[in-house]
Design a protein around this ligand. Structure first.
Ligand code: PLP
Length: 320
């Protein structure tokens, strides 16, 4: 009996966690890879790609809201800037990438989408250690819109922890090149979770506040906005906040933001394509001011979403 059972056990395939094999565990969406549009579950790359093995890649993320791309021109500018700085080439110009992104969204049918364009160093046929031998690889995809903060967090504000992890310095990696060097950010996130917070802010090499996993940060004091100036990605949502402040006559500056300044702020919010403007109402377990979402944060949030219908900032996706 026991022998039969063992034989049957041996014939069984090894137990594999369903998440690794179930195509339905991928978000609904459409990817562009090697000249083809594919369901997300079929968009795969080689494990020998430098993008995977060495984080040698750049990307950009733009969102679609109510069927319209938001500030796609700025995202393309940043993406092509990153390609040039990393000496990568792709067989498409800006119009070509624009067409591919539109097609991914249109084929996915998503009216609210998170859309990523990316390029990896690629792989070389001989597994050469010379990055010049690798064939660069462009990909893009559109999946449902995702936000750093969920609906409840947007209403009541996020609980954030300031981690002592230091953001990779700009002398090592130009932060204007969007990259997947996220180990500092991910370690910061675990610090935050260990301390009961929902997300993290990490520091720059001078001990000032830098940014968080996928977002910039602003604080408001006496009606003036400030955001860290060095060692951070020049976010497009951050830039939109500056544009809105210009239009509204609000003072906003990129400058050093100390941990003390953040703690003493009247209001704090974070900014990202993944969620827009998101309030922070607790830092390291202590309320920011009265612990409520502040008036300037609420105003900038409303103006930000209004801009999404403005043809000067957005472009319509042509769905079939
Ligand atoms: N900082 C980092 C490290 C990011 O990865 C991102 C976005 O992915 C941001 C800030 C926010 O940039 P944006 O507003 O362009 O989405």
């Amino acid at each position: 009996m026991s022998h039969t059972a063992t034989t049957q056990d041996e014939k069984r395939p090894p137990v594999v966690d369903d998440r690794h094999v179930d195509p339905h565990s991928y978000p609904e969406g459409v990817a562009f890879l090697d000249g083809q549009y594919l369901p997300m579950s079929q968009a795969k790359i080689s494990v020998l790609d430098w993008g995977f093995l060495h984080s040698d890649a750049t990307y950009d993320t733009v969102h679609v809201w109510n069927g319209r791309f938001f500030r796609l021109d700025l995202h393309l500018e940043r993406f092509f800037g990153g390609l040039e700085k990393l000496r990568m080439t792709i067989p498409f110009d800006r119009d070509g990438v624009t067409e591919i992104l539109h097609n991914c969204v249109a084929l996915s049918g998503h009216r609210a989408a998170y859309v990523e364009m990316l390029c990896t160093r690629g792989a070389s046929p001989t597994f050469s250690r010379d990055p010049r031998q690798a064939v660069n690889r462009f990909m893009a995809f559109a999946v449902p819109f995702g936000s750093v903060a969920n609906a409840e967090q947007l209403r009541r504000g996020l609980r954030v922890a300031i981690s002592d992890k230091v953001r990779i310095p700009p002398a090592s990696i130009d932060p204007a090149i969007m990259n997947y060097h996220w180990l500092d950010l991910v370690r910061g996130l675990y610090d935050a979770y260990d301390r009961g917070a929902e997300t993290a802010l990490i520091l720059d090499f001078n001990g000032n506040v830098a940014e968080g996993p996928g977002f910039n940060v602003f604080c408001v004091r006496d009606g003036k906005l400030s955001t860290p100036s060095i060692g951070v990605l020049p976010g497009i949502t951050r830039r939109t906040v500056f544009d809105l402040c210009g239009e509204e006559g609000l003072a906003a500056a990129a400058t050093d933001v100390s941990v003390a300044a953040l703690r003493e702020a009247d209001e704090v919010f974070i900014t990202s394509t993944a969620g827009g403007i998101m309030p922070v109402t607790e830092i390291d377990g202590i309320q920011v001011a009265d612990g409520k979402v502040g008036p300037i944060t609420s105003r900038v949030m409303a103006l930000y979403w209004q801009k999404h219908d403005d043809p000067a900032c957005s472009s319509q996706v042509n769905y079939p």
